[in-house]
Design a protein around this ligand. Sequence first.
Ligand SMILES: [Zn+2]
Length: 499
Amino acid sequence: MNLETAIAKLNELEATQHAYHHAMGVLTLDGATAAPKRAALGRGKTLGVLSGITYQMMVNDETREVLQTILDSRDQVDAKIARRAELLKEDLDDMTRIPMDEYVAYQTLVSDADAVWHDAKEKSDYPMFAPYLEKIIDFNRRFASYKDDKKPAYDVLLNDYEKGVSMATLDPFFALLREKLTPVILDVSKKPAPRTDFLHQFFPVHLQRTFSDKVMAMMGMDRDCCNIAETEHPFTDGFNKWDIRITTNYKENDLASSLFSVIHEGGHALYELGTADDIQFTCLASGATMGIHESQSRFYENLIGRSLPFCRALLPVMQEIFPQQMDGVTADMLYAAVNEAHPSLIRIEADELTYAHHIMIRYELEKLMIAGEVKVGELPALWNKMYKDYLGVDVPNDRQGILQDTHWSGGMIGYFPSYALGSAYGVQMLSAMEKDVDVWAAAEKGDLTPITAWLGEKIHRHGKLLKPAQLLENAMGAAFDPNYYVNYLVKKFSDLYKL
Ligand SMILES: [Zn+2]
């Protein structure tokens, strides 16, 4: 095959793959937002057929030849074409190493496991979920060995979500966080809690929707390319930079809950909205890694959204929409309330200070699971013990304990560390950004466009074009250093709680 033919076939392959993924994505989104409950059966069948077609389109000798031809002449082709071929080849190699029948069996398993997990969580019945988790762990260990049997299995799994990360980098990262943050968490929990009552009054959903629109405008989101829906668990989905969807969940007695979901998902959306035009409809048009995506969402949510300058910008907007509820509230009161910190049970409700402790517990458990050093039946007791050791809290039941997250039922083992890494990346980016942009003037004005422009230039526009480590170094101005994150948290919470 000559190079010209290979490039033409690559373009055709990606256009077709994109069309299928677009259609499957809309079906999945419809399932989460609008479809009735029993639509799941038909949707499952359709998705099964469509994903079978995309699999066959990828895994065959011609695709392999197309990609290899381009990679053999990578010096002669445009960097974007070379990178597309490189990423697709990595996917193809991974897919080929897993036997088709095991792959299909695994897809069925995680689909069943997800349904069982929902039920088990509701009933707080871990033994009901345990056999599924055991199989998921077995599959993941086996898949890891197919991909690379020279590395520890957990390192292979970590790489699925965060390229280049391993236990050798994460062990000292989490050790540092535990050592430096635990004393602050203990000190904070001895201090009086700030007032938060004004955020827990009655906030009608229709007015919260107006508030979401205002917040999205402050973030500079183009509503012609991004809209918002409502789901139990907020998420962001995107088909291309001109069609991004975010979701939120309104609680009528908690204004901050949806507010920070909108800012968090808005951060994910801004990343996708900012990818360059000329990489759309290719595999480059998305975030570089899970951790880098999370660095953007948590950047807006915590570093900007929970800063005093942004609280100053938010308060008048809140007072306009909720004049009675927010009467007499000051920016300082709002800032203290949205940064209330205390050890807690539920990861997704955790504050910025204690969040990483929830992640390190899951990280330690995943290491043990994948190394085969703990039995599935022993996990809840171990979970509860670690919550006591790390956060000092007693876990009353498995629903609020080991069954709280969806990740393991979905087969995502090795994903959690990305959340903590993303938070840490963001802080180091902020420190680089402050040299170029008057971040806090923009936040106080309630116009985040200068901040997004900087992130757009350094991160968003590149999509997956650059290697993650290079992308991060461009944005952070130096190699990753978790001390930025630790120092930021220690200072912020020492000031807030007058330690
Ligand atoms: Zn996120």
